[in-house]
Design a binder for this molecule. Structure first.
Ligand code: ADP
Ligand code: MG
Length: 345
């Protein structure tokens, strides 16, 4: 009998490595292939940056609490975030959808209103895609194309021993927003008469349903300060998982300072209300779409007064591992989390 390996034995990243290990690059214009937030194509004067993502109903979104317009917006933003994280500027997207007959023209219109709103806000053109049917549910695949300058693109593999670790914005809110929405969904399912109680959590829920990518950093703050990070990644799966990606690609270790990880007080309180550890939400929650990046220590003055940037650790030798320095002064190995579980059919 032939061997059957469960995809969960490899995990998401193990599976990608496995499937792509025999792939060889044939064209010199394929400057950077698999293994970063986006591929980089070298066409002479400009570098072209490409990233793609699939979102599938029931796995990445739940239409019980994601309005289709927000879903359209978010689907675009998560792709643009991968382009910004290369220190590049998104210019075009393609949008492909597969949907069952449960979806009306009006429903798809709403989705496209969100797509258009994101294209307008981020100054990106929708230039193509594909439309087909599915037996069940909605699938969305978006490809984003951007441009960047060769010597300013930032990869996962550029972090060096002694570099300073920085993060933008605040973390953990998107995950807690999801917990609130899930809680209200369960209450609604057990008693549809009860109106959802979303409380005063507009900010937290907004971070889940309508995230933004950090175009301000890439278009304004970094160029103004003449800052080019040594490595960068966007935080889609949680700070821990992204830090592991940077360390693995760069062949370095890191010490993350718990005290330096930005968490809003209302987010901290919401975590406590759910009996969750706020730092765990920030480290493993995901979907914040902030940027995690490293800088040369000589550039520290450039970020000191930059709005919304937090210094949260440093890069060390690989042999020192990847560790969390807690507020209480303890040092633990950091756990990588944030892979996808492939579900049973
Ligand atoms: P992100 O979380 O930034 O979207 P992923 O973890 O999805 O990145 O992908 C990591 C790398 O693996 C990227 O370079 C991506 O293009 C590549 N990749 C993911 N899935 C596949 C696949 N099925 N075939 C080829 N390359 C893939
Ligand atoms: Mg990414």
């Amino acid at each position: 009998m032939s061997k059957r390996t469960d995809v969960n034995d490899l995990g998401e990243f193990g599976l990608i490595d496995h499937l792509t290990k025999k792939i060889e690059i044939k064209n010199p214009s394929s400057f950077k292939g698999i293994g970063d937030d986006a591929a980089v194509l070298d066409y002479g004067n400009k570098m072209v940056v490409v990233s793609t993502d699939i979102l599938s109903e029931g796995i990445h979104f739940d239409l019980m609490y994601s309005p289709l317009k927000h879903l359209g917006y978010k689907s675009v933003v998560v792709n643009l975030s991968d382009i910004y994280s290369m220190n590049a500027v998104p210019k075009q997207i393609t949008v492909s959808i597969a949907f069952s007959n449960r979806f009306s023209v009006e429903a798809l219109d709403e989705f496209y209103e969100g797509v258009k709103a994101a294209c307008d806000y981020y100054n990106v053109d929708l230039v193509g895609g594909d439309t087909t049917s599915s037996l069940k549910g909605l699938f969305i695949s978006i490809t984003a194309i951007g441009e960047g300058e060769k010597d300013k693109l930032t990869y996962r593999n550029g972090a060096k021993n002694g570099d300073i670790l920085c993060v933008t914005g605040n973390l953990g809110a998107a995950y807690l927003g999801l917990q609130i929405l899930e809680r209200e969904k369960q209450i609604f399912l057990s008693n549809p008469e009860v109106q959802p109680d979303l409380g005063k959590n507009d900010y937290i829920i907004g971070r889940q349903l309508k995230p933004e990518a950090r175009k301000d950093m890439i278009l304004q703050y970094f160029p103004k300060a003449n800052l080019v990070p040594t490595a960068m990644i966007d935080i889609s799966d949680g700070l821990s998982s992204e830090l592991f990606h940077i360390c693995k690609s760069s062949n370095v270790g890191a010490i993350l300072n718990e005290g330096g990880v930005p968490i809003r007080p209302d987010v901290e309180q919401q975590a406590i209300d759910f009996k969750l550890d706020p730092i765990t939400c920030a480290l493993s929650g995901g979907e914040d779409y902030e940027l995690l990046f490293t800088i040369d220590p000589a550039d520290i003055e450039k970020v000191k007064y930059m709005p919304d940037i937090y210094i949260c650790g440093e890069i060390v030798e690989k042999s020192e591992g990847i560790k969390l320095h807690t507020k209480g002064g303890n040092i633990h190995p950091l756990k990588a989390q944030g892979w996808v579980h492939f579900n049973n059919d």
